[in-house]
Design a protein around this ligand. Sequence first.
Ligand code: ZN
Ligand code: ZN
Length: 208
Amino acid sequence: MNAECGLCESPIPAGYLCERDAVALSARLAQLPDLDSELSMHLVPARSGFGEMVATLSAAGPRSPINEAVFDELHDNRAAAVAHSWRVDVQRERWPQHTPPPASGLAADCRWLGMELDWIAAEYPAAGELAREVRELEAQLRSLVGDPVPRRQRLGLCVASTDDEDGVCGAVISRLPGETRLVCRWCRCVYEAKDFLMLGHFQPKENA
Ligand SMILES: [Zn+2]
Ligand SMILES: [Zn+2]
């Protein structure tokens, strides 16, 4: 059976999430709780409670030094709500006979989803949507704490030869800062750091 990754739409042998996006989702689930607590630290000065903070915010007026986007994010506790709703849904799909899990906090929900990741990638039709929402949450939290998601640098198109008419794979090869080993998500060919420069040299003219 041929399937498509629910996030990046690359072809996969079966299931709902490609290996690369499953790995990325696992890393994001592990980071979200830290990002979320970092967000709280940015906002709440030491020894001041939530009520005091609200008072400061409303008294400070429009030029408040408090980042209001941060405040809204914290106030809504959106990360926890999103993670929990996914946990509830995954559990309902997998074990319909169980009662829904009680609210247990962002860290616990992320850990639970992380442990169910193999099943999610293989059996959960909404896996791509889950991965997309977690990716957005991560980007949002990172921008609020001033630590934006590193951008992927485009190295060029995959130059591996294939059996079909065009003869060349042509998938976009990109890397994050520090990545030294890349696997093409179409043809699975591997580029090591020493190949990155070579890849640039072998590009068709319009992509060079
Ligand atoms: Zn994918
Ligand atoms: Zn390729």
